[in-house]
Design a protein around this ligand. Structure first.
Ligand code: 7TS
Length: 396
């Protein structure tokens, strides 16, 4: 059996999304900017796709949705443009990010730091959550940008972005949220709070890879990173990825339509998996279920290296993760486990299971059986588990 439980890394393309994209490879392949019919016949489809995205996020007509190549691009764009627009001009000199952002935010922030920008990395609490109040301790009149993800990709923890956005508004700072892991898992309404920029990526919600987006409020601006043509209102030049945009529109529409299923049915499967895994002794989950999206579990099995567990799971056909795939070639501890100050031996033991609307009960039952066997085998050969003093076994 092959079981895919790494949906926070990427998802299967929904067959209907694939179907919607197909005509734009070999039939309607014209460049939308060309004047002939090959080009202009793509326009209605692009319009419909963008309308679906506007509707899914409740974007008002006057605000912008700019299609990019991925979330990494959208995130980098916000940071680098804020540097050009607000920091280089001397208006502001400070940005705030959470310490558990995706590397495309952390690395962009560190790059700005190397250019002399003051950067604050907000700490998470022992449940893996950013508390809105901590922003108050650091935000000043000199803060250009606050960037806090909506949902953490490792734990599934939901961060209080609406409260943080309100604090930013009070202080005159821009607010950006990386909503990559929130789309299709939480209702998203950009008119519901003071968000200036919001990042998303199609391949995280059953759309194609290589296409993402950035929402931008009408009163805000960003310096383009790519100069060249007039595409995307001049904000992002380059020939439009027509199949990608059509696919992302369809996937976004489906993400909204299947929200109820995700919140109830996927949750039921996730909870069952979690209940069964927590019956194994010396296992820990950091973030309480009610503070997480419905598809994710980050669980530690004391005494077992995450990579060793992944190896056993992979041999049994199961895909899970020890952390962001962007870092998974290094034997590094999980960044969230490190951030909450988990003991070194536990930080290395975290495994992320992330489900999707395609996950079946049969797959979950199979996974439970495989994990139980793997824990037994790996603890049997683990010197660290054998020597862990009993008194430490129930503490993080
Ligand atoms: N932001 C978040 C919150 C993410 O989870 C990811 C990918 C990205 C940005 C980057 O997205 P992309 O469109 O540029 O690919 N996260 C993961 C993960 O958790 N495991 O593998 C990739």
């Amino acid at each position: 059996m092959r079981v895919y439980l790494d949906n926070n890394a990427t998802t299967i393309v929904d067959p209907q999304v694939k179907l919607a994209m197909e005509p734009f490879f070999c039939q309607m392949y014209g460049n939308p900017n060309s004047l002939h019919d090959f080009g202009s016949e793509t326009h209605p489809y692009l319009k419909i796709a963008l309308e679906k995205i506007y509707a899914a996020l409740n974007v008002p007509k006057e605000d912008s949705v700019i299609v990019t190549s991925c979330a990494t691009e959208s995130n980098n764009w916000v940071f680098k443009s804020v540097y050009f627009d607000y920091i280089l001009s001397g208006r502001k000199n400070h940005i705030i990010v959470s310490e558990v952002e995706h590397p495309s935010v952390i690395a962009a922030a560190k790059h700005l730091e190397s250019l002399g920008v003051k950067v604050t990395y907000l700490p998470i609490n022992s449940e893996g959550i950013i508390e809105a109040n901590v922003v108050k301790d650091f935000i000043t009149d000199k803060t250009a940008l606050v960037s806090v993800m909506w949902v953490n990709n490792e734990t599934g923890a939901i961060f209080p972005v609406k409260e943080i956005a309100a604090l930013c508004k009070e202080k005159g700072a821009l607010f950006h949220t990386d909503a990559v892991q929130a789309i299709g898992k939480l209702p998203i309404n950009v008119q519901d709070f003071d968000v200036d920029y919001l990042t998303f990526s199609a391949h995280k919600f059953h759309g194609p890879k290589g296409v993402g987006g950035l929402y931008m409020k009408k009163t805000k601006e960003l310096t383009p990173l790519f100069h060249g043509g007039s595409q995307m209102g001049g904000y992002r030049s380059g020939t439009l990825n027509v199949p990608g945009i059509v696919g992302m529109g369809k996937a976004m529409e489906q993400a909204v339509d299947s929200l109820d299923f995700e919140i109830h049915d996927v949750k039921e499967l996730r909870d069952h998996l979690e209940d069964e895994l927590l019956k194994i002794k010396d296992t820990f989950v950091v973030t309480p279920r009610q503070k997480r999206v419905s598809n994710t579990i980050l669980i530690s099995f004391r005494g077992i290296e995450g990579e060793a567990m992944l190896w056993d799971l992979n041999r049994a056909g199961i895909a899970a993760s020890t952390g962001s795939a962007c870092a998974s070639e290094d034997l590094e501890s999980n960044p969230v486990m490190e951030a909450i100050g988990a003991a070194e031996d536990l930080a290395h033991t975290a495994i992320r299971f992330s489900l999707s609307r395609y996950t079946t009960r049969e797959e979950i039952e199979y996974t439970i059986g495989v994990v139980k066997k793997a824990v037994e085998r790996l603890r049997g050969i683990s010197s660290s588990y054998a020597y862990t003093p009993k008194s430490h076994k129930s503490e993080l």
